[in-house]
Design a binder for this molecule. Structure first.
Ligand code: NAD
Length: 346
């Protein structure tokens, strides 16, 4: 198929072929919905899960079920692609990435085949979803952590498994630009949460897990909540709408070619504070117990947003309480569907 006119004065032409890998999951599905709402007409969503398990199916978006750790499937996925958004990965919250390091490392197969296939297909812009887990863990021991700036990834001492895989895949992106001239864009996400994210089953992250536990405590009348770790660890959390907006802005800014950039908020909270916010939203006060043997991750992690403010004149800005209110309402509706024996996102 002939390639579309790639750019108009208002940004990329609406009929370019966009490919989103990992679109059956949380962020990829939300990105497909975002581009559809922007008026793009040729969006291809790809994921290895059967269609019935996709979190979101966006009307008018082509959906393909392909295992992208296989080279032939990557070639099929990116046929005719002008822009590729690579979000497919075997991942989850701390409960997953601390226990299944091999699965995390094997995502390098997806990234290796996807970028080569995109390059061969003539892709003009390639986005890669990296993570704050690439940062040197020695800088993240204290809950009162200094916010991490982009240069803090080196000297490298990433999160074992997941973080190292992300770091090497970032390097692929940088070399495809340096050696072969394909424009690549790399965002380091800091804890994304919101509706349509995993909320149960073992791969969920802290905001979703806490919303669910508070809902359960009210529903069962237990009046208590179990928290992983001692509650003092700190993180920042980015609402999904900011994440997809940020992906779009980063991928369409030539100043960021092959340049990793933080995509997160700098609103640092402890896990105890997160629980307090969700309790406030749900109108409840629970007795807390702490599981000190549960997976907990680094002591503290925050995003230094100096660079993104400078380049984009913008940073993720949804207040945590606002985003959590929407997330809590969505998880409550999922919880009720599940209780009624209906199909849910999980
Ligand atoms: P997700 O698990 O909801 O989505 C990932 C999707 O990739 C899943 O639907 C999965 O089926 C798919 N996938 C896995 N292996 C595949 C394969 N071999 N072929 C095709 N599809 C495959 O995760 P998410 O939260 O939407 O994360 C998207 C990306 O962002 C991932 O690369 C993740 O590492 C990165 N990231 C996410 C966060 C976060 O807080 N959610 C933080 C940092 C980085």
């Amino acid at each position: 198929m002939p390639k579309a006119n790639v750019k108009t004065a208002a940004g990329p032409a609406k009929d370019i072929q966009i490919v989103i890998a990992g679109a059956g999951g949380f962020i990829g599905g939300s990105l497909a919905a975002y581009f559809k709402a922007q008026g793009f007409t040729r969006i291809r969503a790809v994921d290895k899960k059967p269609l019935s398990d996709w979190y979101q199916r966006v009307p008018g978006v082509e959906c393909l079920c392909l295992d992208l750790s296989q080279e032939a499937n990557c070639k099929r996925a990116v046929e005719g692609a002008i822009e590729v958004y690579q979000l497919a990965a075997d991942m989850g919250g701390m409960g997953f990435i601390e226990r299944f390091r091999i699965e995390c490392l094997r995502s390098v197969l997806i990234n290796t085949h996807m970028i080569e296939s995109a390059y061969k297909a003539g892709c003009r812009r390639y986005f890669y979803s990296s993570s704050a887990c690439v940062y040197n863990t020695d800088l993240q021991k204290d809950p009162k952590v200094r916010a991490l700036k982009e240069s803090d990834a080196y000297p490298a001492m990433s999160e074992r498994g997941y973080g190292w895989e992300k770091l090497i895949s970032e390097m692929f992106c940088q070399e495809y630009w340096a050696e072969r001239g394909m424009k690549t864009f790399i965002a380091r996400f800091h804890n994304v949460y919101g509706p349509w994210g995993t909320w149960t089953g073992g791969r969920e992250k802290a905001p979703a897990a806490i919303c669910r536990k508070v809902i359960e405590a009210i529903d069962t009348g237990s009046g208590r909540i179990e928290i992983w770790g001692d509650g003092t660890r700190t993180r920042s959390f980015m609402y999904i709408d900011d994440c997809v907006k940020g992906i779009d802005r980063i991928t369409h800014t030539d100043a960021l070619i092959a340049t990793p950039i933080n995509l997160g908020t700098s609103e640092l909270v402890s896990i105890n504070e997160l629980v307090t916010i969700v309790e406030g939203i749900a109108g409840v006060k629970l007795r807390r117990s702490y599981d000190l043997d549960a997976p907990k991750g680094v002591g503290g992690r925050n995003s230094d947003n100096t660079f993104i403010r400078k380049v984009l004149g913008w940073e993720p800005d949804t207040p945590l309480r606002t985003g959590l209110k929407k997330t809590h309402a969505w998880i409550k509706s999922q919880y009720e569907l599940k209780k009624a024996g209906k199909k849910t996102v999980d």
